[in-house]
Design a protein around this ligand. Structure first.
Ligand code: ADP
Ligand code: MG
Length: 322
């Protein structure tokens, strides 16, 4: 079981940023209004995430670290109607298999928090702990028991950059949540709760917001909203391309193609569009269960979607209104 977890972990948790993504998604799924992230040494030494979500009951703490244990889906039918970010029930088990982990949580009705410690095969019994509310997960010494994987890690600065990118993606898609990010004890980002436009400005800069056109397109099946940069703001890299489907960051060929086509006649050679777009679509019309790291999706009606995105962007670029 531990070996299986370690193998699975290598796939799900290829670097600290992958662990951070899973942990942050759990905090979002728990209804947190504030999420605090503290990293040490690019996340390798420590990833600590504290949220004020609904917490985990004392009796469920050990279960939360068991493979294929999820509180989020109970039937196959649910699998087609996924609205929470997590659903596989393997992330925490995978992370626990390759780190020294502490999980503390307090549900509102409990008089105090409970905490468990995990290292390799040994999982402690829940012990009393102090925590005002929500859940605090402490992941220490990632890959301490798989040196081969540790060798593949890049410099601390690079691993932090990946963590920061993961943090930005989640923060962009959850503007109603306050986020804090610290690295090696230094404050790096503090994003107050607000609307999507405010969040875009605080993550990507006021400059991006000023240079972007608003999108707000509604059809019977879907809603597309967000900001696309006008051609003058096009980038030499693809680093400012954020597309979210039902709050989930995706990197999808069909969507990229629709966007490229919409910008085709207005971009100079070697330039790339910059955008932050949110697509809300009926969960039954999209299959997110394609890949463990979940950045790919499959649409039930790809052509209609392509058309919809293409026309929405085209229209906004032709007559940008702010
Ligand atoms: P999944 O998110 O796919 O259900 P995970 O392994 O990520 O699986 O988490 C396992 C379970 O642990 C979740 O289903 C949830 O019940 C619980 N859990 C994890 N993190 C939190 C959190 N921050 N707040 C509340 N519950 C949590
Ligand atoms: Mg999860």
């Amino acid at each position: 079981e531990l070996l299986i977890n370690q193998i699975a972990a290598g796939e799900v948790v290829e670097r600290p940023a992958a662990a951070l993504k899973e942990i942050l998604e759990n905090s979002v799924d728990a209804g947190a209004t504030k999420i605090n992230v503290q990293l040490q040494q690019g996340g390798v030494k420590q990833i600590r995430v504290a949220d004020d979500g609904f917490g985990i009951a004392k009796d469920e703490l050990q279960l939360a670290l068991t493979r294929h244990s999820t509180s989020k889906i109970s039937t196959l039918e649910d699998l087609h109607q996924i609205t929470s970010l997590g659903f596989r029930g393997e992330a925490l088990a995978s992370i626990a298999a390759i780190s020294r982990l502490s999980l503390a949580s307090r549900q509102v009705e409990q008089i105090h928090a409970w905490q468990i410690l995990v290292e390799g095969k040994s999982v402690s019994q829940p012990m009393p702990s102090s925590l005002a509310q929500g859940t605090t997960l402490d992941v220490n010494d990632l890959y301490f028991n798989i040196p081969a994987r540790r060798k593949f890690l890049k410099s601390e600065a690079t691993e932090f950059a990946h963590c920061d990118e993961t943090f930005k993606r989640i923060a962009l898609s959850q503007s109603g949540i306050e986020f804090v990010l610290q690295h090696n004890g230094k404050a790096r980002r503090h994003l107050r709760a607000g609307d999507p436009a405010q969040r875009i400005a605080s993550v990507l800069g006021e400059e991006f917001k000023q240079a972007a056109a608003w999108i707000d397109e509604q059809s019977a099946e879907m809603h597309l909203h967000g900001m696309v940069a006008l051609p003058a703001y096009a980038r030499s890299s693809r680093d400012t391309q954020y597309f979210f489907v039902n709050h989930r960051f995706v990197n999808d060929k069909l969507i990229s193609h629709a966007l490229r086509e919409a910008y085709r006649d207005v971009l100079h050679l070697g330039r790339h569009p910059a955008f932050v777009l949110f697509l809300d679509i009926h969960p039954g019309s999209v299959d997110v269960n394609v890949h463990p790291t979940k950045t790919e999706v499959r649409f039930r009606e790809p052509r209609a979607l392509h058309q919809f995105i293409f026309h929405a962007i085209n229209k906004a670029l032709a007559s940008p209104h702010k």
